[in-house]
Design a binder for this molecule. Structure first.
Ligand code: ASP
Length: 446
């Protein structure tokens, strides 16, 4: 029988009515047998997520030794969820009392934050009449704080298979010290992916409040196209550059298992969403470009030195300075006698830029050292780009027609992306110009 592992995000589970919607979705397909849930998210734009209330509880505990004030708000949220779901016989009060006591005893930020998922999973499991399987018993981290595959996968498989159908709280597991440990924020996406991989699901459905990925930021381009299918590789490039629907780390477990992800909208379950496919299963969509994403506020340090190419260790010397200063570089385009470092400007604040330039000067004596600040990077991503002659010509012509000065170009070696560096001020214009070239023009031509 086919198997779908489903993860529902915080907005899909923000109140009892939404949870009812979710249980209907789960019940509508027998293949949906294992469900991973987030904590209740925002019900309206200035509402507070339960996870944020829990972090505030932890703070209150640290300051006052008790979290009674903030925990009261959490009590109210869960009581209203249970009553909206008509679960009068479900004893949420005892579970909440126990949770409040445990938060005060544990005095741990991770334990406290994890309780939103824990409580929600208990409720969803009871509503469905399914087993509740605590993530602490099946998801483990190693002593370096990384997800421990070899310990977790067999346990997940064994426990969930035995339960038949189960609800698992997302976002946390057990650390090497035996204590609850969370993933980074938004980490239930990772938990869902782990469960999908362990169970060798046919698909990992990630249910959220949008009908999939858009080809670019809708705040910049009016009603951009939705992406029907995208490969893991393309998604990685786009999410790295700021496009976010899924937690960036969540693709790794399913990607290794060749399991596709489908992004679905809880509020429009009839929509097809976006299908994220492993490269092997990827079917070309017909579009040359799949998506466009970008980020502002980079600094480019441009070095030139004659015969740089024959100076063994030149790049290593430069990069080891960055390593010493604990600065992450984003890209490093290079030519025969030139090398550029593209770094997020936030790493270079408070005198760090001057210090870095002095260190580079002393270490490699470049003939020329120049800095470009306030640079935005825009990535144009698509498998179709490698096989279509003239794609970069079209991209650069579109930018020059829009009067945009390209300050830097970097093409990934996989040939599925071209990144341009432009002035921050041209960022929106640049995305609109690329979108118009590869989506509006191509559509108009069909
Ligand atoms: N509830 C956690 C957060 O708000 C994890 C998640 O929702 O994925 O970050």
């Amino acid at each position: 029988m086919s198997l779908k592992v489903c993860k529902f995000g915080g907005s899909s589970l923000a109140d009892g009515n939404n949870i009812s919607r979710v249980t209907e979705i789960i019940g509508s397909e027998p293949a949906r047998r294992f469900v991973v849930v987030s904590a209740p998210g925002k019900r309206y734009s200035d509402d507070t997520k339960v996870t944020d209330l829990l972090y505030a509880c932890y703070q209150e505990c640290v300051e006052k030794g008790s979290c009674a004030d903030t925990f009261q708000k959490i009590r109210r949220r869960f009581h209203s969820i249970v009553s909206e779901l008509g679960m009068e016989t479900f004893d949420i009060e005892s579970i909440l009392n126990e949770t409040e006591r445990a938060i005060e005893e544990n005095k741990s930020a991770d334990f406290t934050a994890s309780r939103g998922e824990y409580l929600n999973a208990r409720i969803v499991a009871a509503k469905l009449g399914w087993a509740f399987v605590d993530a602490k018993d099946i998801i483990f981290f190693d002593k370096n704080g990384r997800f421990d595959e070899s310990r977790s996968y067999p346990l997940i498989e064994k426990t969930l298979s035995a339960s038949g159908c189960a609800v698992v709280p997302g976002f946390y597991g057990t650390g090497a010290d035996g204590k609850i440990k969370t993933f980074s924020r938004g980490g239930s996406d990772i938990s869902g992916s782990i469960v999908a991989r362990a169970m060798n699901a046919d698909v990992y459905e990630n249910w959220t409040d949008v009908s999939g990925f858009l080809a670019c930021d809708p705040r910049i381009v009016d009603k951009p196209e939705k992406i029907e299918t995208i490969s893991f590789k393309e998604l990685r490039e786009l999410s790295y550059m700021g496009a976010n629907v899924l937690h960036a780390d969540s693709i790794f477990p399913v990607r290794k298992g060749d399991i596709p992800i489908r992004i679905k909208n809880t509020f429009r379950p009839q929509d097809s969403g976006t299908l994220i496919l492993p490269s092997k299963k990827y079917v070309k969509s017909g579009n040359i470009v799949t998506g466009i994403a970008g980020k502002k506020d980079f600094t480019v340090i441009f070095l030139e030195k004659s015969m740089m190419n024959s100076e063994v260790g030149f790049a290593r010397k430069v990069l080891s300075i960055l390593e010493q200063d604990n600065i992450n570089f984003e890209h490093m385009p290079s030519g025969i006698d030139t090398l550029s470092l593209v770094i997020e400007s936030k790493y270079l604040a408070n005198g760090m830029l001057d210090k870095l330039l002095e260190q580079i000067q002393a270490a490699v004596h470049p003939d020329y050292l120049r800095v470009l600040e306030n640079i935005a990077l825009v990535a144009t991503v698509g498998h179709g780009m490698a096989s279509n002659v003239g794609t970069s010509a079209r991209l650069f012509t579109a930018l020059s027609d829009a009067g945009i000065n390209i300050r830097m170009i970097d093409q990934g070696s996989s040939e599925i992306n071209i990144i341009v560096g432009i002035d921050n001020a041209d960022y929106e214009k640049c995305i609109r110009a690329i979108y118009a070239e590869f989506f509006r023009k191509d559509k108009a031509a069909i």
